[in-house]
Ligand binder design. Structure first.
Ligand SMILES: Cc1cc2nc3c(=O)[nH]c(=O)nc-3n(C[C@H](O)[C@H](O)[C@H](O)COP(=O)(O)OP(=O)(O)OC[C@H]3O[C@@H](n4cnc5c(N)ncnc54)[C@H](O)[C@@H]3O)c2cc1C
Ligand code: FES
Length: 248
């Protein structure tokens, strides 16, 4: 495990709750789905590091995008450009996306790792479309960047647009024959609803549930997959959706 103390080169607030840190991170080139563990504070409180996916990596510039949901992310949000942050990683299996026409399905902050996947697909000239759902229209981030890279894009919200939609309600009506693979990241409930659709193509889910140690030791992140327990932090975080048993 590599730990590095890095200076925040740029901090950007995308919305009132979502901000990004950019770091110079030469060396290991992370792959889509991989994540870093961020130390919230130099002391021992909060004790656990917070897992955050890679949202972009270009020419050693690493971008992590964080939604403030609790104490740890709030404390991180108080750090400014020029301050030091210690990160560990990258963690998670190196995942090679398929070279096939893809559909990306994002829910909320799930757009962050899918943006990194989109960069990878785009630079490898693999076509893809996007469905991106949020709670309210104020929650959209990276809209311009995603539009530039993808073919068709559909942005939907539960509040703020005349038509109330979720990513899943859109997928339900779509012609899946147009795609050979689907990648999805969002709240657990969204993944559960996606699974119920039984789409006729492989769906890879980026699982961003709770972690403990983040390095395979505590089993705090175990999920049932293909009838055995898998650890999100080292065996994932990407799993084939139909193989996950969310009820265990
Ligand atoms: C592999 C992985 C990648 C992730 N990538 C990102 C990312 O790119 N950007 C981002 O903003 N977040 C990401 N997350 C989620 C992020 O790690 C948590 O939101 C964060 O750890 C919460 O810390 P906190 O101290 O602010 O909240 P806490 O005080 O620990 O919790 C506050 C509230 O948030 C809920 N919560 C905490 N963690 C999670 C979680 N993982 N899933 C659902 N609810 C949670 C708690 O139940 C509680 O209600 C990722 C998680 C994993 C496992
Ligand atoms: S978080 Fe400890 S084993 Fe995965």
């Amino acid at each position: 495990m590599i730990s590095r103390k890095l200076k925040v080169i740029r901090k950007t607030w995308y919305t009132q709750e979502i901000f990004g840190f950019e770091f110079d991170y030469p060396g290991i080139h992370p792959m889509p789905g991989q994540f870093f563990q961020i130390q919230v504070d130099e002391g021992i409180d909060p004790f656990l590091n917070r897992p955050i996916s890679v949202a972009s990596y270009k020419a050693t510039r690493l971008l992590l995008i964080i939604k403030v949901v609790g104490r740890g992310t709030r404390m991180l949000g108080e750090k400014s450009t020029g301050e030091d942050v210690t990160i560990f990683g990258p963690f998670g299996k190196r995942f090679n996306p398929r070279k096939k026409k893809s559909l990306l399905v994002a829910g909320g902050i799930g757009i962050a790792p899918l943006h990194f996947l989109a960069e990878h697909l785009y630079s490898n000239k693999i076509p893809f479309d996007l469905v991106y759902g949020v709670r309210t229209t104020k929650d959209f981030i990276l809209k311009k960047e995603m539009r530039r890279m993808c073919g068709k894009s559909l942005f939907v919200a539960e509040q703020g647009f005349a038509r109330k939609e979720t990513a899943v309600s859109v997928i339900r009506r779509m012609r899946m024959e147009d795609y050979e693979v689907v990648y999805s990241c969002g709240p657990k409930q969204m993944l559960i609803e996606m699974q119920k659709l039984k789409l006729p193509v492989p769906v890879y889910a980026f699982c961003e549930d709770f972690l403990g140690c983040g390095c395979g030791l505590c089993l705090g992140c175990a999920i049932m997959c293909k009838h055995e327990y898998k650890r999100i932090c080292v065996d994932g975080p990407i799993f084939e959706l139909r193989e996950i048993d969310f009820e265990v």
